[in-house]
Design a protein around this ligand. Structure first.
Ligand code: SAH
Length: 215
């Protein structure tokens, strides 16, 4: 997702108390940002943040960090926070590549990836958020028994991701090629903006849950 450059976005991000700018200073101390020891969950590539904020409203005992690389997109999330502030939500305007520089080993309890950019060209495979390179980054920051959940309507990206999960030695705990018709996996499902858009034109939604705890 990339929106037209919005001049107000840079200002809003610089001045929002929800957007953490001096992020490298909090490595190992993210709990202090929230003022609680509650678990920390992260959505990487959160877009306008609807999924993250719906989840945060439902789970006040979990702290949420939304990561989005484009300020013009994150700006929409900041506008929503102004209308309906959530004390357990913060945002980072960064490229997810640098996450291991910002979080200590095991500092995150849960990671969500929703409708990540497919980067269809082979030579861009490393940029896919489910590539082995990114799984290695998550391995550094996700606690040992933490889980990662990934949803997409893009079947080639999903199939690629299944291969990468195997290659990286993660466990495939559950998966479906049609989430909305899978009663078990769809229970309590929170729709993302892209999920609503793509399922409304008939695309089935794929989902996987992965972890690396030894079984
Ligand atoms: N999760 C939302 C948006 C999906 S679009 C939804 O399901 O509705 C994917 C988003 O991920 C885009 O907004 C894009 O800017 C962001 N993104 C892609 N690669 C990223 C990266 N490396 N770091 C941070 N954000 C990224």
């Amino acid at each position: 997702m990339r929106l037209r450059n919005i001049p107000a976005a840079a200002d809003a991000i610089a001045n929002s108390k929800y957007c953490i700018l001096n992020y490298t200073e909090h490595k190992g101390h993210w709990h202090e940002i929230f003022g609680s020891n509650h678990p920390i969950a992260m959505e990487i590539g959160m877009g306008k943040g609807r999924f993250l904020m719906d989840l945060a409203a439902l789970h006040p005992d979990i702290n949420y960090i939304g990561v989005e690389r484009y300020g013009s997109v994150l700006y929409r999330a900041l506008q929503k926070m102004d209308e309906n502030p959530l004390p357990n939500v913060r945002f980072l305007c960064i490229n997810a590549e640098i996450l291991p520089e910002i979080f200590e080993a095991g500092e995150l309890d849960q990671i969500y990836l929703n409708f990540s950019d497919p980067w269809p060209k082979d030579r861009h495979a490393k940029r896919r958020l489910t590539s082995r390179e990114f799984l290695a980054r998550y391995d550094q920051i996700l606690k040992k028994d933490g889980h990662l959940e990934f949803k997409t309507d893009n079947r080639p990206l999903f199939d690629f991701s299944l291969e990468e999960v195997k290659e990286a030695g993660w466990n495939l705990d559950a998966y479906t090629y049609d989430l909305h018709h899978d009663d078990k996996m769809n229970q309590g499902n929170i729709m993302t903006e892209y999920e609503e858009k793509f399922s409304s034109i008939g695309n089935p939604i794929c989902k996987m849950i992965i972890s690396r705890e030894k079984r």
